[in-house]
Ligand binder design. Sequence first.
Ligand code: BTN
Length: 235
Amino acid sequence: MEMGGKIYHFTELDSTNDFAKGLADGAGEGTVVVADSQKRGKGRLGKDWYSPEGGLWFSVVLGRVNNLPLSLLAGVSVCEALQGFGFKVKIKWPNDIIIGGRKVAGILAELEGERIILGIGLNLNISRFPDEIKGKATSLLLETGKTYDREKALKLILGELEKSYKLLKKGNLHSLLNKWREHSTTLGQEVEVRTPQGILGGKAIDIAPDGGLILKLPDGSKEKVLAGECSLRGR
Ligand code: BTN
């Protein structure tokens, strides 16, 4: 299987994830859908994703691997690719990619039949953000004043994805989780996680094999959170 063995490229789409879902079972593993801009880019938890021209917006079609956390895999791969560009990169649970405290990339994994669609959004050459996200978002261009080659960035990320996916398929979940731990800015912190069931506060102590965040609650008990919005306590 080769990541990006087949690449669909569009100048504009509603969402590369939605287009890839339409292909899903008919598409070979590693098929990639890229768009120069998205009209209805989707973020996690039903949010919109700001997707103007200048960013790298793409989705990869993968097979399901026994409930393995492919979105963590994508997070780690993006981190390692950005390190290749010389950036100091962190991951905020579950897989927000952070440079200098601001989000530079995000991942949206969706299930479609027997396929997983891994949507990756990287703010590459974006010079300004809308007011609502201005303080929280950054781009590679804003960080360094340089513009980046989109094809090169895509290739680098796909190369990292392919390496880690192969490891994961061989059963090497351990090394993926360790890489995630290494890059994490969440572990060891007192956090608050906004979940669909309510807000949970505690110390983030580990990542679970399914990608859940393990919290130590004030009463000493442990709880795993599978989805939600994580912030540092008191901020
Ligand atoms: C997040 O952090 O909220 C996830 C953002 C995911 C954005 C990417 S851009 C390419 C793909 N297509 C979409 O509609 N969303 C993902």
